[in-house]
Ligand binder design. Sequence first.
Ligand code: SF4
Ligand code: SF4
Length: 271
Amino acid sequence: MSNGVLVDISKCIGCRSCQTACRTWNDLPVKTSQNTNQWDVPVELDADTWTRVSCYLAGEGNERRWRFVKRQCMHCNEPACESACFTHSFLKTEEGPVIYKPTELNKDYCVGCRYCMIACPFNVPKFQYEKTFPYVQKCRFCYDRLLENERPACITACPTGALKYGDRQTLLAEARQRINSNSNYVKHIYGEKEYGGTSWMYISDVPFEQLGFKTSVSEKSIPSYTWQALKWTPYIFAGWGAMLTAMRFFTKPKEEGHNEAEMYAPVDPKE
Ligand code: SF4
Ligand code: SF4
Protein backbone atom coordinates (compact mmCIF):
# COMPACT_ATOMS: atom_id res chain seq x y z
CA MET A 1 0.00 0.00 0.00
CA SER A 2 1.37 3.40 -0.99
CA ASN A 3 0.56 6.16 1.45
CA GLY A 4 0.32 9.88 1.02
CA VAL A 5 -0.81 13.13 2.56
CA LEU A 6 -3.72 15.33 1.54
CA VAL A 7 -3.07 19.02 2.27
CA ASP A 8 -6.21 21.16 2.41
CA ILE A 9 -4.89 24.69 1.90
CA SER A 10 -8.23 26.22 2.92
CA LYS A 11 -7.74 24.79 6.43
CA CYS A 12 -4.16 25.93 7.03
CA ILE A 13 -3.80 28.90 9.42
CA GLY A 14 -0.05 29.26 8.99
CA CYS A 15 0.83 28.44 12.60
CA ARG A 16 3.99 26.60 11.46
CA SER A 17 3.56 23.85 14.08
CA CYS A 18 4.39 21.38 11.29
CA GLN A 19 7.64 23.21 10.58
CA THR A 20 8.63 23.09 14.26
CA ALA A 21 7.62 19.43 14.64
CA CYS A 22 9.79 18.49 11.66
CA ARG A 23 12.78 20.32 13.11
CA THR A 24 12.26 18.72 16.52
CA TRP A 25 11.72 15.12 15.37
CA ASN A 26 14.62 15.19 12.92
CA ASP A 27 16.92 17.03 15.34
CA LEU A 28 17.56 19.82 12.85
CA PRO A 29 19.29 22.97 14.15
CA VAL A 30 17.22 26.08 14.84
CA LYS A 31 18.14 28.85 12.41
CA THR A 32 18.56 32.53 13.14
CA SER A 33 17.31 34.74 10.32
CA GLN A 34 17.47 38.36 9.23
CA ASN A 35 14.35 40.53 9.36
CA THR A 36 13.50 40.70 5.64
CA ASN A 37 9.93 41.99 6.11
CA GLN A 38 8.80 38.64 4.75
CA TRP A 39 6.47 36.31 6.61
CA ASP A 40 8.26 33.24 5.25
CA VAL A 41 11.07 32.13 7.56
CA PRO A 42 13.29 30.66 6.26
CA VAL A 43 12.54 31.91 2.76
CA GLU A 44 13.65 28.66 1.10
CA LEU A 45 14.09 25.01 1.96
CA ASP A 46 17.68 24.28 2.91
CA ALA A 47 19.81 21.40 4.19
CA ASP A 48 18.48 22.00 7.74
CA THR A 49 14.93 23.00 6.77
CA TRP A 50 13.02 20.09 5.26
CA THR A 51 9.62 21.75 5.38
CA ARG A 52 8.48 25.35 5.48
CA VAL A 53 5.22 27.27 5.23
CA SER A 54 4.88 30.01 2.58
CA CYS A 55 2.43 32.91 2.80
CA TYR A 56 0.44 34.35 -0.14
CA LEU A 57 -2.12 37.12 -0.56
CA ALA A 58 -4.35 35.43 -3.14
CA GLY A 59 -7.67 36.07 -4.87
CA GLU A 60 -9.17 39.18 -6.48
CA GLY A 61 -10.79 42.41 -5.11
CA ASN A 62 -12.92 41.82 -2.02
CA GLU A 63 -12.16 38.13 -2.30
CA ARG A 64 -8.47 38.63 -1.46
CA ARG A 65 -7.29 36.46 1.42
CA TRP A 66 -4.15 35.17 3.04
CA ARG A 67 -3.29 31.59 2.29
CA PHE A 68 -0.49 29.40 3.63
CA VAL A 69 1.18 26.51 1.85
CA LYS A 70 3.34 23.87 3.50
CA ARG A 71 6.22 22.80 1.24
CA GLN A 72 8.44 19.71 1.42
CA CYS A 73 9.51 16.87 -0.82
CA MET A 74 6.44 15.74 -2.80
CA HIS A 75 7.54 12.06 -2.68
CA CYS A 76 6.87 11.55 -6.38
CA ASN A 77 5.46 8.24 -7.62
CA GLU A 78 8.33 8.07 -10.12
CA PRO A 79 11.00 10.33 -8.60
CA ALA A 80 13.36 12.22 -10.89
CA CYS A 81 15.92 12.35 -8.05
CA GLU A 82 16.00 8.56 -7.91
CA SER A 83 16.42 8.11 -11.66
CA ALA A 84 19.12 10.82 -11.91
CA CYS A 85 21.30 9.27 -9.19
CA PHE A 86 23.82 6.86 -10.73
CA THR A 87 24.86 5.54 -7.28
CA HIS A 88 21.21 4.70 -6.47
CA SER A 89 21.20 6.79 -3.31
CA PHE A 90 17.44 7.37 -3.46
CA LEU A 91 14.70 4.79 -3.11
CA LYS A 92 10.94 5.05 -3.63
CA THR A 93 9.65 2.75 -0.89
CA GLU A 94 6.51 0.61 -1.12
CA GLU A 95 5.03 2.66 1.71
CA GLY A 96 5.31 5.91 -0.29
CA PRO A 97 8.33 7.83 1.07
CA VAL A 98 11.28 8.58 -1.17
CA ILE A 99 14.19 8.02 1.18
CA TYR A 100 17.83 8.90 0.84
CA LYS A 101 19.76 5.69 1.43
CA PRO A 102 23.05 7.25 2.59
CA THR A 103 21.24 8.51 5.65
CA GLU A 104 18.85 5.66 6.32
CA LEU A 105 20.93 2.65 5.36
CA ASN A 106 24.48 3.23 4.24
CA LYS A 107 26.50 6.43 4.31
CA ASP A 108 28.80 5.37 1.48
CA TYR A 109 26.41 5.75 -1.46
CA CYS A 110 26.28 9.47 -2.25
CA VAL A 111 29.27 10.95 -4.12
CA GLY A 112 27.95 14.53 -3.99
CA CYS A 113 27.44 14.99 -7.75
CA ARG A 114 24.13 16.82 -7.08
CA TYR A 115 22.39 15.48 -10.20
CA CYS A 116 19.33 14.89 -7.99
CA MET A 117 19.13 18.63 -7.28
CA ILE A 118 19.12 19.44 -10.98
CA ALA A 119 16.60 16.71 -11.79
CA CYS A 120 13.96 17.47 -9.13
CA PRO A 121 11.10 19.47 -10.73
CA PHE A 122 10.12 20.88 -7.31
CA ASN A 123 13.59 22.19 -6.35
CA VAL A 124 13.66 20.13 -3.14
CA PRO A 125 17.02 18.39 -2.42
CA LYS A 126 19.59 20.65 -0.76
CA PHE A 127 23.31 20.16 -0.27
CA GLN A 128 25.28 20.56 2.97
CA TYR A 129 27.76 23.03 1.44
CA GLU A 130 29.27 24.00 4.79
CA LYS A 131 30.09 20.40 5.88
CA THR A 132 33.44 18.68 5.34
CA PHE A 133 31.66 15.46 4.36
CA PRO A 134 28.43 16.79 2.87
CA TYR A 135 25.26 14.93 1.92
CA VAL A 136 22.04 15.87 0.20
CA GLN A 137 19.14 16.57 2.55
CA LYS A 138 15.37 16.58 2.15
CA CYS A 139 12.14 15.48 3.86
CA ARG A 140 12.06 11.71 4.42
CA PHE A 141 8.32 11.54 5.13
CA CYS A 142 9.32 10.40 8.66
CA TYR A 143 10.01 6.94 7.25
CA ASP A 144 11.31 5.83 10.66
CA ARG A 145 7.96 6.75 12.23
CA LEU A 146 5.92 5.04 9.48
CA LEU A 147 7.78 1.78 10.10
CA GLU A 148 6.60 2.04 13.73
CA ASN A 149 2.99 2.67 12.57
CA GLU A 150 3.26 6.31 13.64
CA ARG A 151 2.12 9.20 11.45
CA PRO A 152 4.70 11.76 10.23
CA ALA A 153 5.61 14.32 12.91
CA CYS A 154 4.17 17.28 10.96
CA ILE A 155 0.77 15.56 10.66
CA THR A 156 0.49 14.95 14.39
CA ALA A 157 1.34 18.61 15.11
CA CYS A 158 -1.25 20.21 12.81
CA PRO A 159 -4.09 21.64 14.99
CA THR A 160 -6.59 22.27 12.18
CA GLY A 161 -6.68 19.01 10.23
CA ALA A 162 -5.10 20.69 7.19
CA LEU A 163 -2.86 17.63 6.78
CA LYS A 164 -4.31 14.14 6.47
CA TYR A 165 -2.17 11.01 6.20
CA GLY A 166 -3.37 7.72 4.76
CA ASP A 167 -3.63 5.40 1.78
CA ARG A 168 -3.07 7.50 -1.37
CA GLN A 169 -6.08 6.12 -3.25
CA THR A 170 -8.37 6.67 -0.24
CA LEU A 171 -7.08 10.24 0.11
CA LEU A 172 -7.70 10.86 -3.59
CA ALA A 173 -11.31 9.68 -3.20
CA GLU A 174 -11.74 11.96 -0.19
CA ALA A 175 -10.19 14.90 -2.06
CA ARG A 176 -12.62 14.37 -4.97
CA GLN A 177 -15.54 14.21 -2.57
CA ARG A 178 -14.44 17.44 -0.83
CA ILE A 179 -13.92 19.49 -4.00
CA ASN A 180 -17.11 18.23 -5.64
CA SER A 181 -19.32 18.90 -2.62
CA ASN A 182 -18.12 22.47 -1.97
CA SER A 183 -18.15 25.09 -4.72
CA ASN A 184 -15.43 27.11 -2.97
CA TYR A 185 -12.78 24.60 -3.95
CA VAL A 186 -10.79 24.72 -7.18
CA LYS A 187 -11.73 21.58 -9.13
CA HIS A 188 -8.25 20.17 -9.19
CA ILE A 189 -6.14 17.92 -6.98
CA TYR A 190 -2.54 19.05 -7.28
CA GLY A 191 -0.27 16.01 -7.22
CA GLU A 192 -2.82 13.53 -8.54
CA LYS A 193 -1.23 13.61 -11.98
CA GLU A 194 1.52 16.26 -12.00
CA TYR A 195 4.81 14.71 -13.14
CA GLY A 196 3.27 11.24 -12.93
CA GLY A 197 1.62 11.83 -9.54
CA THR A 198 3.01 12.48 -6.06
CA SER A 199 2.41 11.10 -2.57
CA TRP A 200 1.74 14.61 -1.22
CA MET A 201 -1.39 16.13 -2.77
CA TYR A 202 -3.11 19.49 -2.33
CA ILE A 203 -6.62 20.91 -2.64
CA SER A 204 -7.30 24.64 -2.45
CA ASP A 205 -9.97 27.34 -2.51
CA VAL A 206 -7.76 29.72 -4.52
CA PRO A 207 -6.11 28.96 -7.88
CA PHE A 208 -2.86 27.03 -7.52
CA GLU A 209 -0.98 29.41 -9.81
CA GLN A 210 -1.54 32.17 -7.20
CA LEU A 211 0.11 30.01 -4.55
CA GLY A 212 3.46 29.43 -6.20
CA PHE A 213 2.59 26.02 -7.68
CA LYS A 214 3.98 25.06 -11.05
CA THR A 215 0.84 24.55 -13.12
CA SER A 216 0.44 23.39 -16.74
CA VAL A 217 3.11 20.77 -16.13
CA SER A 218 3.36 17.38 -17.79
CA GLU A 219 1.40 14.42 -16.46
CA LYS A 220 4.28 12.19 -17.51
CA SER A 221 7.00 11.56 -14.96
CA ILE A 222 10.45 13.07 -15.53
CA PRO A 223 12.12 9.60 -15.61
CA SER A 224 9.84 8.55 -18.48
CA TYR A 225 11.47 11.31 -20.55
CA THR A 226 15.01 10.88 -19.35
CA TRP A 227 15.65 7.21 -18.55
CA GLN A 228 16.93 6.54 -22.07
CA ALA A 229 19.69 9.11 -21.53
CA LEU A 230 20.23 8.55 -17.80
CA LYS A 231 20.74 4.80 -18.11
CA TRP A 232 24.06 5.58 -19.82
CA THR A 233 25.34 7.73 -16.94
CA PRO A 234 27.28 4.94 -15.12
CA TYR A 235 28.87 3.86 -18.41
CA ILE A 236 29.84 7.47 -19.23
CA PHE A 237 31.52 7.73 -15.81
CA ALA A 238 33.28 4.39 -16.24
CA GLY A 239 34.27 5.29 -19.81
CA TRP A 240 35.56 8.68 -18.74
CA GLY A 241 37.82 7.05 -16.11
CA ALA A 242 39.09 4.50 -18.66
CA MET A 243 39.79 7.27 -21.18
CA LEU A 244 41.79 9.31 -18.62
CA THR A 245 43.79 6.19 -17.69
CA ALA A 246 44.56 5.53 -21.37
CA MET A 247 45.57 9.16 -21.95
CA ARG A 248 47.88 8.98 -18.96
CA PHE A 249 49.47 5.81 -20.36
CA PHE A 250 50.16 7.25 -23.82
CA THR A 251 51.27 10.71 -22.67
CA LYS A 252 53.43 9.51 -19.77
CA PRO A 253 56.84 11.29 -19.91
CA LYS A 254 59.54 8.93 -21.13
CA GLU A 255 61.99 9.75 -18.30
CA GLU A 256 59.59 8.14 -15.83
CA GLY A 257 60.78 4.83 -17.23
CA HIS A 258 64.44 5.70 -16.43
CA ASN A 259 67.15 3.20 -15.75
CA GLU A 260 68.74 3.97 -12.35
CA ALA A 261 72.04 2.29 -13.30
CA GLU A 262 72.38 4.49 -16.44
CA MET A 263 71.39 7.71 -14.71
CA TYR A 264 73.84 7.42 -11.86
CA ALA A 265 76.74 5.75 -13.75
CA PRO A 266 80.04 7.70 -13.48
CA VAL A 267 80.68 10.02 -16.46
CA ASP A 268 83.49 8.91 -18.76
CA PRO A 269 85.63 12.10 -19.33
CA LYS A 270 86.73 10.81 -22.83
CA GLU A 271 83.20 10.84 -24.12
S1 SF4 B 1 9.97 16.18 -5.07
FE1 SF4 B 1 12.07 16.09 -5.89
S2 SF4 B 1 13.28 15.21 -4.19
FE2 SF4 B 1 11.11 14.77 -3.75
S3 SF4 B 1 10.75 12.71 -4.65
FE3 SF4 B 1 10.15 14.24 -6.21
S4 SF4 B 1 12.02 14.46 -7.46
FE4 SF4 B 1 12.67 13.50 -5.53
S1 SF4 C 1 0.55 22.77 11.39
FE1 SF4 C 1 -1.24 22.66 10.00
S2 SF4 C 1 -2.27 24.67 10.25
FE2 SF4 C 1 -0.20 24.91 11.12
S3 SF4 C 1 1.04 25.68 9.37
FE3 SF4 C 1 1.29 23.43 9.35
S4 SF4 C 1 -0.31 22.71 7.94
FE4 SF4 C 1 -0.85 24.83 8.49
